[in-house]
Design a binder for this molecule. Structure first.
Ligand code: FRU
Length: 755
């Protein structure tokens, strides 16, 4: 888990670094344009165009300048709005040429007050709120041109002046310089000074005005070349072609002042420097915190016919070079944007590669981690399986030990109980002997007490052996065997048969211990006729031979144990009716169940008392007598009757049914006797006798005779046959014998019965 978190952290860190690197590179494709410079031009003309181009070229020097140009078209309000726009935009520096001195001061001051460096160029405001100024000395310009004109006119003549926009600083200063220069020439008269607004049209208009009042004019001084040329057009239109014209600006462009001088349209002009590159250089110094001059005066010169051609040539060369420069810068721009594009692509793929690499590493590491975990899980499972096996082995050993302990204690119990039983019998007999007295009585009582103590100890041993063993779940109910109830433990009466004759029931005692056999014989022979057998096999043989009324058998015996004997007895049709009482030291519930499963009718645990043994024997015999009545009823009725206490497939019930069927089939046969019944049913004469007697209380002969009499009665009741006919039909050899037997059974002769 911790590993996964650190992997995730690594992945995120790598991803962030990659993305940052990519974004940085993507956002800085070229050197960033660090400086945003706003240029506010007052006018829109070729002089301003030239200056703007120079500013752009000046910006290439650093390659970090982004220039924005706005032109106010000689409109004060518009220019104020432009300056506000630059302020709001937050330009790094403002280059302005204010249209008029006073009207633009507020806007310029505001920018300055906002902390924006302000370079005034060419024109000024009427405050000191500017960072630097660059431009020509316009007073000097006016003064130089005044001197030049005075010289040209040789100190005598008439001059008119057409000024620039009156409120603009160059117009004010040029006017003052011009008048100042001419003031030294008393014969030169400035007959008119008309206001223009720096445009050719305003020059024309001013000249129209002048010519309305004056016709004798030698020279015209326009504050710029456009004003002078406009005035010239008007003068020529008025037929005045001797006038000479002077201007300012001396632009080298086609149609500009230098070309006009060369063509003789202007006598001379003054180079009014644009110097956009210088302005940009100053701007960069300010922006980069380098030292700079606040007042930067540009010096210049006069252009006349002597230098005009040369200057034009120089200018053309300059133009060509600057054109080349612009081409180069243009190509550089393209190159840089291509490089930038390539860089972005490279960065994109780098990021992609980085992400794929990080994801691959993470995937591989998690795969390795998973493999390791799986290996460990496999090892742990193997170890668990091994330990489980060990535990199972231990558990089996424990079970074996428990079994061994069980066997040990069972044997101990068995071995102790048998001699205890042997001691208990005689001691109880002595204890019950009232003739004993004195010291002998005390000894017998002592023996009797300690015998009880010994029995208790044996019970405790057998209880101890149960410790740690689970009780079997479904031992549940015992089969319906006579309960060891106190009420049944009274001394039983001597057995009697159903006819009331005194007859001892036959008991077979099977035990491998001779002492036990002797003891049992002693206990039982008063009431029963006892036969002894020393093991299961001998017992079974004896049981088949004599068919006793009850078998008392030990369980643990050599050759054949009591359980096997029980099973054999119960599965043989000859002996299956005989109750079996198992007599053993085994006392566990499951062992009792085992005995009953093998068909035992009762179970008595050693040591036992004589009274208990006799009571159980008598109970079993009594039960047998009850069944016998049911069988007797069944055998003599029309159909064999199912005894309610027996299951439908009970072997004894089957025997009785069979006996009934055989007799009915041969009822009319006077020669049919007991031997034939035994042959048909597969039993010896003795076995048949014992079995029939036990089950029905009657001998086979009696059963046969009763069946004949009963059939005779049915024939008497349901037919018109004569008594003789009925007697022969029911197997009697003589009607008189039939009559005798009938009377014995029903108390009436057949004749009396028919009535
Ligand atoms: C250009 C111009 C020039 C003149 C200068 C004065 O806009 O009119 O012709 O010399 O401005 O500021």
């Amino acid at each position: 888990m911790r590993k996964q978190v650190s992997l995730w952290k690594t992945f995120r860190l790598s991803l962030c670094i990659g993305l940052l690197a990519g974004l940085t590179a993507a956002c800085h494709p070229q050197q960033e344009k660090k400086w945003h410079i706003g240029v506010s031009q007052c006018s829109e003309d070729i002089w301003r165009d030239k200056q703007n181009r120079e500013l752009i070229i000046g910006g290439y020097v650093s390659n970090q300048v982004e220039l924005e140009f706005l032109s106010a078209a000689d409109n004060d309000s518009l220019q104020s709005a432009h300056i506000d726009y630059y302020i709001n935009k937050g330009v790094d520096l403002l280059i302005a040429s204010p249209n008029q001195k006073t009207t633009l001061s507020a806007a310029i001051d505001k920018a300055y007050d906002k902390g924006i460096p302000v370079i005034l160029f060419d024109r000024k405001t009427d405050t000191e709120k500017y960072t630097a100024y660059m431009g020509a000395d316009n007073y000097e310009v006016g003064h130089t041109m005044g001197q030049l004109i005075a010289t040209q006119l040789k100190g005598r003549g008439t001059v008119v002046e057409i000024t620039g926009l009156k409120g603009s600083s160059p117009a004010i200063e040029r006017h003052r310089g011009f008048l100042s220069a001419l003031s030294g020439y008393p014969d030169i008269r400035v007959i008119s000074s008309e206001e223009g607004d720096w445009t050719e049209a305003s020059g024309r208009k001013a000249m129209e005005e002048i010519l309305q009042a004056h016709s004798d004019i030698d020279c015209v001084f326009g504050h710029n070349d456009r004003l002078a040329l406009g005035a010239r057009q008007v003068a020529i239109e008025h037929g005045l072609d001797r006038l000479i014209y002077y201007g300012v600006d001396a632009l080298p462009t086609p149609g500009g002042g230098i070309e006009c001088v060369q063509q003789g349209l202007l006598r001379a002009t003054y180079i009014y420097p644009t110097q956009g590159m210088e302005v940009m250089r100053l701007a960069l110094k300010i922006l980069e915190g380098q030292p700079y001059e606040r007042e930067n005066t540009l010096y210049s010169a006069v252009v006349d016919s002597t230098n005009a051609e040369l200057l034009l040539m120089q200018y053309k060369e300059l133009e060509r070079v600057s054109g080349d420069l612009q081409t180069i810068y243009g190509k550089l721009d393209t190159y840089f944007s291509q490089v930038n594009m390539q860089r972005q692509v490279i960065v994109f793929f780098l990021i992609l590669f980085l992400i794929i690499a990080v994801l691959t590493v993470i995937t591989l590491r998690s795969y390795w981690a998973k493999s390791r975990i799986n290996d460990r899980l496999h090892q742990a499972n193997t170890e668990l399986a091994r330990r489980h096996q060990e535990l199972q082995q231990l558990y089996r050993q424990l079970e074996d030990m428990a079994d061994a302990r069980l066997v040990f204690f069972t044997n101990i119990g068995h071995h102790l109980r048998t001699p205890l039983t042997l001691i208990a019998g005689p001691v109880e007999k002595l204890f019950a002997d009232s003739s004993l007295c004195g010291e002998q009585r005390q000894w017998v009582e002592m023996m009797h007490r300690n015998l009880g103590r010994l029995k208790q100890l044996v019970d405790e041993i057998l209880d101890f052996r149960k410790i740690g063993l689970e009780q079997p779940e479904a031992l549940a109910e015992e089969p319906a065997a006579p309960a060891e109830h106190p009420a049944t433990e009274q001394q039983p009466a001597a057995a009697t048969d159903n006819e009331g004759k005194s007859e001892k029931p036959e008991l077979l005692v099977v035990d491998d211990n001779a002492d036990v056999r002797t003891l049992l014989k002693g206990l039982l022979e008063d009431r029963y006729h006892v036969t002894l057998a020393a093991d299961g096999a001998a017992g079974l043989k004896e049981a088949r031979r004599m068919v006793p009324d009850l078998i008392v058998s030990d369980v643990m015996m050599p050759v054949m144990d009591g359980l096997q004997l029980c099973r054999e007895v119960k599965s043989d049709p000859v002996t299956c009716h005989i109750p079996v009482l198992l007599l053993t030291a085994r006392s566990l519930e499951e062992q009792r169940v085992e005995g009953y499963v093998h068909g035992a009718d009762a179970y008595i645990t050693k040591p036992f008392t004589a009274a208990l043994l006799l009571a159980r024997i008598e109970n079993l015999l009594a039960l047998r007598r009850t069944l016998r009545r049911a069988f007797a009823a069944g055998i003599v009725g029309g159909q064999p009757v199912q005894a309610p206490a027996l299951p439908p497939d009970d072997k004894d019930m089957t025997f009785v049914g069979r006996l009934h069927d055989i007799i009915r089939q041969h009822l009319a046969d006077a020669d049919f006797g007991v031997e034939r019944i035994g042959e048909e049913i597969g039993m010896s004469r003795v076995q048949l006798y014992r079995k029939t007697k036990t089950l029905t209380g009657m001998s086979p002969v009696e059963v046969l005779r009763k069946s004949r009499v009963d059939q005779g009665r049915r024939l008497l009741e349901t037919t018109d046959k004569t008594i003789s006919e009925i007697a022969y039909e029911t197997g009697f050899s003589a009607p008189s014998y039939f009559a005798k037997c009938f009377k014995d059974e029903y108390g009436k002769t057949p004749g009396e019965w028919r009535g």
